[in-house]
Design a protein around this ligand. Structure first.
Ligand code: SF4
Length: 461
């Protein structure tokens, strides 16, 4: 890495001093590497102001609030509950893993969760959290498009969840992931009244977003989504909860353009996601191996260059893991807190992205009607995400990067011939990205990192 870049990491935008700004602290670059480190280690993005941040750092919060000896080496508990209140969508994204890829389970699922299943779902979550001992969790209303459940039902869900949590003395925050096209002032009132953290899916500038995120007659949805986002952002002051954006990476778009677009809209929290493809579906002619690694590195360097803060989940997770955090997330790290999906019929499902692999890949055979949530903690497809060594390939287990990479997202390891017994289809990309960020951390690990990390050590492999 050139020395000029090193100077930029810790300096303000004005004086470029390697010791930080000596002139005006307000000029300090909040995207500096030590900002990432400090935020990663602070670990209490929780408490907190956005769905994304809550999701990505809920694990740290739980880690801090749980008695570590209770956790021990056993299965990791669930911290996220993805509740599918609506099993249809009002738009038709080309890459949607629920409706447009291998899985067909949605066809037989109720369009909406029934009142009885909603009550049973909330009771199971409350029961599980009480068994865990009052640990915090995040309940994410999902779909399809969760707003199709209707404002009254969502408000009722929020009220019931609050009542259940109050009755049991547990704490579950409520979030919602929407495509944004239906968000109007009435919805903002619902979100505000019920403290619902909102995440919104937007892939970038109009041409990038509209290439994949289209409605049912093939028209782009950018303008409707962006309008929903503007409404959410304009009301953030009242709600104190800026929306987080989930963006599927289109490598044809330059990271700089995407970042500038999001910052122009006022977005500060982004979860950039790799497309949900696997060894059987990866389009090698279109995306040569390394395409996404190069994109992520360019994103990382862009975030270090700009003077405005933007938080990116994958980078924060990676920095935390490189600094020795014991838990990552579904996309990185060998262990993570669990995510349980509960569908409109009350069935428990494993990680949603598996729907892109084969029909029925997420089915557990259990339901809120006949099984407590604790019985799912040791389900093989849950363990494959919470303790990735249980299902990782021999290549990954022997890989020197496994303690950080964890083999990536399980769904990205799939092939019909070997199931999940593969490296990630993004192996080249993940290794490029990890090594690049590790190099940056290594260069700055001296006194400054020691001071910030308060004893945490940079992982050396
Ligand atoms: S996916 Fe690749 S980089 Fe990641 S652990 Fe497996 S072999 Fe290593």
């Amino acid at each position: 890495m050139p020395d000029s870049t090193r100077k930029g990491i810790l300096s303000c935008s004005g004086c470029n001093s390697p010791d930080g700004c000596r002139h005006d602290p307000s000029k300090r670059r909040e995207n500096s590497l030590d900002w990432f480190i400090a935020e990663a280690l602070r670990g209490h993005y929780v408490g907190m102001t956005s769905t994304y941040a809550f999701q990505s750092f809920n694990a740290y919060n739980l880690q801090m609030s749980m008695n570590a000896s209770e956790l021990g080496p056993g299965p990791m508990p669930f911290a996220h509950f993805v509740v599918k209140v609506a099993s249809r969508c009002n738009i038709k994204c080309t890459y949607c893993y629920v409706y447009e890829q291998a899985d067909r389970t949605w066809i037989t699922q109720p369009r909406r969760m029934s009142d009885a299943i909603e009550l049973a779902t909330i009771a199971r979550i409350g029961e599980y959290l009480a068994e865990l001992g009052n640990q915090q969790a995040l309940v994410i209303l999902h779909g399809g498009e969760p707003l199709l459940y209707g404002a009254q039902r969502i408000e009722r869900f929020a009220e019931r969840l609050r009542a259940e949590c109050g009755r049991r003395g547990v704490d579950a925050k409520l979030a919602l992931q929407t495509n944004g096209t239906m968000v109007d002032d009435a919805w903002l009132d619902v979100f505000d009244r019920n403290g619902i953290h909102v995440g919104l899916s937007l892939d970038g500038p109009p041409d990038v977003h509209d290439a994949k995120r289209r409605d049912k007659v093939g028209a782009g949805t950018y303008e409707r989504t962006a309008e929903g986002l503007r409404r959410l952002l304009s009301s953030t002051g009242d709600r104190g909860s800026p929306p987080a954006v989930t963006a599927v990476i289109d490598p044809a778009a330059r990271p700089r353009d995407v970042v500038e677009h999001f910052l122009g809209l006022g977005v500060e929290h982004v979860d950039f996601q790799l497309p949900d493809v696997n060894h059987d579906s990866y389009p090698h002619a279109q995306w040569p191996l390394g395409t996404f690694g190069a994109w992520l590195i360019e994103l990382y360097e862009e975030l270090r260059r700009i003077d405005r803060p933007m938080r990116v989940r994958s980078i924060e997770l990676l920095v935390g893991l490189l600094l020795g955090a014991p838990y990552g997330g579904d996309i990185l790290g060998p262990r993570s807190f669990g995510t349980l999906v509960i569908d409109t019929d009350g069935d428990y499902h494993a990680h949603d992205a598996l729907k892109a692999t084969f029909d029925g890949a997420t089915i557990t055979g259990a339901s809120v009607l006949n099984e407590p949530i604790r019985s799912l903690v040791t389900h093989p497809m849950v363990l494959a995400h919470t303790d990735k060594a249980t299902a990782a390939s021999a290549d990954c287990l022997e890989c020197p990067l496994f303690s950080v990479c964890g083999g990536g997202l399980v769904a990205h390891r799939y092939s019909a011939s070997r199931q999940y017994d593969n490296r990630s289809v993004y192996c080249t990309d993940l290794a490029m990205f990890i090594r690049h960020v590790e190099d940056a951390l290594t260069q700055w690990r001296g006194d400054r990192i020691d001071a910030v990390s308060a004893g945490a050590s940079v992982a050396t492999r």
